[in-house]
Write a protein that binds this ligand. Structure first.
Ligand code: MF3
Ligand code: CO
Ligand code: CO
Length: 258
């Protein structure tokens, strides 16, 4: 069931999004060689709680941490650990979800650790571009297939492949709501986007093949061919104007963009 949000509810989600942006920007500043992913997790949890919010991932279906930190061939759900020390040349994706006053915000980004290869820089850039290609299609009246197709087409054009086993999702009072937001699809097909929908758009892109395996910890998903991956996610709302507002990117406006 898809729950539409009224402007007051979207305002609440905007507050959650603003806090999450601050948390993730602070975590990003701590990414450097020698830092463990557990340190980033502890920092995130501290900042989330300082802002009167709750880390949604902690204890979610038994997940043990407040962020996911996925390195190189790890796509999503990498469990932070003191033993996972970031090193020069790594590519790390940080994904965090928080709950503020009963409303969720979910966002992820990928960063290089120290100096990274040209190809890895391109992967990160293209993954972010895929998000923007998708979000540009998030207009009332368009369909989810338009969004997925735009993401997939941009990844392919750059020689990369979209992960097919994980998707974006509706979001609101729950971290995961209907609908699933696939990162591939057919233009003109699928659910029609409406004012008041709130969704997480999150392209996950591999340099090589998209097939995944899950580690023995039951969480960490990595590419079978061990190709490097990137992930970029924001929580968005389709506003009264029928346009996408990026709730986890406060201050962004399409007017300023144009
Ligand atoms: N943030 C993830 C998403 O984008 C979900 C987190 S899974 C958890 O949907 F297990 F870490 F909670
Ligand atoms: Co997420
Ligand atoms: Co998500």
């Amino acid at each position: 069931m898809i729950s539409l949000k009224n402007p007051g509810q979207i305002a609440k989600m905007r507050e959650a999004g603003k806090i999450l942006r601050e948390v993730e920007d602070e975590v990003r500043e701590h990414i450097r060689p020698g830092v463990s992913t557990a340190e980033l997790d502890i920092l995130a949890e501290k900042l989330i709680r300082k802002n009167g919010a709750i880390p949604s991932s902690l204890h979610y279906e038994g997940y043990p941490c407040s962020i996911c930190a996925s390195i190189n061939d790890e796509v999503v759900h990498g469990i932070p650990s003191e033993r996972r020390i970031l090193k020069e040349g790594d590519v790390v994706s940080i994904d965090c979800t928080l709950l503020k006053d009963g409303w969720q915000a979910d966002s992820a980004f990928t960063a290089g650790v120290g100096q990274i290869s040209e190809e890895a820089q391109k992967l990160i850039r293209v993954t972010e571009e895929c998000f923007w290609e998708g979000v540009r299609q998030c207009i009332a009246g368009n369909r989810l297939g338009d969004v997925g197709h735009a993401i997939d087409a941009h990844a392919r054009k750059n020689g990369f492949s979209v992960i097919r086993e994980f998707t974006g999702h509706g979001i609101g009072r729950e971290m995961h709501e209907d609908p699933s937001v696939f990162n591939f699809g057919d233009p003109g097909r699928g659910l029609r986007l409406r004012r008041g929908m709130t969704i997480a758009v999150e392209p996950m892109i591999a340099m090589g093949d998209w097939h995944l395996s899950i580690d023995d910890d039951g969480w960490c998903a990595r590419t079978v061919d061990h190709s490097i991956c990137a992930h970029y996610e924001h929580t968005i709302a389709i506003t009264e104007e029928g346009l996408p507002e990026i709730l986890t990117l406060p201050g962004f406006s399409w007017e300023a963009e144009a």
